[in-house]
Design a protein around this ligand. Structure first.
Ligand code: ZN
Ligand code: ZN
Length: 450
């Protein structure tokens, strides 16, 4: 799509060039007339047989060739111009697009129709939405016909693969002992439903399936991610601390290019911040889990998402409701198309947010720098919020903490990777993707490409 966009721009450029040349031909019409008079053609006008007779057949065609020379010149110049512009390979202008990658509707266990859900996001300053019902592909074609608009809003297909595990070593809570430990994965850009491993206890609302007790939960990730990638979709590991289900080693073998929910905006069983039960069971926060994977050499991109289920009043206002609008990603892409968004997400060209907006994220060989958009989080005219940016490296080490709106970190070279997390004075956050100083992303095994 990127190539098509560039071609369209260049073609428009070439067209404008041709128009300019034709205008100059018009301006020179008087001079043309003088020249034509000189060779005896101007005294004859019109397209009649009389013209042909008066000029003779050769004279008639010479006259037409003369009249067409401006157009021929214009086309020739246009072609040259187009070639020259194509050679220059100017990078396309990039835009920020806000979107949610984890959404439920009445087609699984959400409380509203796809129409209501789509309208909520359309009306709340989002530009794209993945609908990820449990074990169900909600058809986005009619939704796009109603609510899709070029460069304004796009609905994309997805599924949540609702894997539960009966592995007794992961039954860390009363409820997970009852229903299984959660190993849910989203398939973004899904084309067909991926069934979780095991028997399905029910068929309504996509309640998933339980993998057998003798299958390690890591094996469910291996198989399900392979199935998701096999259909050309992008895998997103959801809410790792749901019911205290996962331990870091369960994700040790996930492939490069996998997304990890570092902030899930739904319900009380999500536990984004991790915790210590006081009896020796300490679970990392999802962000610490991300650092654990990055420190082992993995390429994993961090995502914030709603996992929204509840849209109806009054339930939507309750603090533990899985309401929309809590966490999202901002994707940096040349256009709001499935191809451009897929390429940008695949390559980590986005950041996650719960309310802090970044104007720019720049990195080169020597530094990572951000520009924070102050106007986006609070009324800056009264008392602008304040910002603290923590630059994080290998093993989650804080490399530096920088206040203000333009934080910069200069690389030392030994950090392995550097990422930034911005927290404002009201608790809202933004997380950039890691910059890999060891070149691992370039060396990484190929991931699903558009
Ligand atoms: Zn889930
Ligand atoms: Zn979900």
């Amino acid at each position: 799509m990127l190539a098509l966009d560039i071609t369209a721009t260049l073609s428009f450029g070439a067209y404008a060039k041709i128009s300019q040349v034709l205008a100059s031909v018009d301006r020179d019409r008087k001079g043309d007339r003088d020249a034509m008079k000189y060779i005896g053609l101007l005294s004859v006008s019109g397209k009649s047989q009389g013209t042909k007779k008066a000029l003779g057949v050769w004279g008639y065609w010479i006259r037409w060739a003369w009249n067409l020379r401006g157009v021929a010149t214009a086309l020739f110049l246009g072609a040259i111009t187009q070639g020259a512009q194509a050679d220059s390979k100017a990078p396309p202008e990039l835009h920020w697009y806000r979107g949610n990658t984890h959404t439920h509707t009445l087609n699984s266990d959400g409380d509203s129709t796809p129409d209501v859900v789509t309208r909520w996001y359309r009306e709340h300053k989002y530009q794209f939405l993945f609908i990820t019902d449990h074990e169900y592909l909600t058809d986005v074609v009619p939704l796009n016909a109603l609510y899709g608009a070029t460069e304004r809003f796009l609905i994309l297909p997805g599924q949540e693969v609702t894997q539960w595990s009966d592995d007794p070593k992961r039954a860390s809570s009363r409820i997970s002992a009852l229903i299984g430990a959660g190993a849910h994965i989203n398939a973004l850009f899904a084309k067909e439903v991926v069934w979780p491993i095991g028997t399905r206890p029910c068929f309504q609302q996509g309640c998933g399936a339980n993998s057998p007790a003798d299958m390690p939960i890591s094996e469910t990730f291996r198989r399900n991610i392979a199935a998701i990638r096999g259909e050309g979709a992008i895998a997103q590991v959801n809410h790792p601390n749901l019911l205290w289900s996962l331990k870091p080693e369960d994700l040790a073998e996930i492939p490069d290019g996998t997304l990890l929910e570092i902030w899930n905006g739904s319900g009380p069983y999500i536990n984004n911040l991790g915790g210590d039960d006081g009896a020796g069971d300490i679970r990392p926060s999802t962000e610490e889990l991300w650092d654990w994977l990055l420190s082992r050499g993995k390429v994993v991109w961090g995502v914030g998402s709603d996992d929204s289920h509840t849209y109806q009043v009054p339930r939507v206002y309750e603090p533990d409701a899985a309401a929309p609008g809590r966490a999202w990603i901002m994707v940096h892409a040349p256009s709001l198309t499935p191809g451009a968004l897929r390429a940008a997400i695949t390559n980590g060209e986005f950041y996650a947010s719960t309310g802090v907006t970044l104007k720019t994220i720049d990195s080169d060989d020597s530094k990572l720098s951000l520009t924070i958009d102050v106007g986006s989080s609070g009324d800056s005219s009264w008392a602008p919020p304040r910002y603290m940016t923590r630059f994080v490296g290998k093993n989650g080490e804080t490399l530096s903490s920088v206040g203000g709106q333009n934080p910069v970190y200069r690389f030392k070279g030994s950090e392995g990777y550097v990422r930034a997390v911005v927290t404002d004075s009201n608790g809202k956050r933004a997380w950039t993707q890691p910059v890999f100083l060891d070149g691992r992303w370039k060396k990484a095994e190929p991931v699903t490409r558009p």
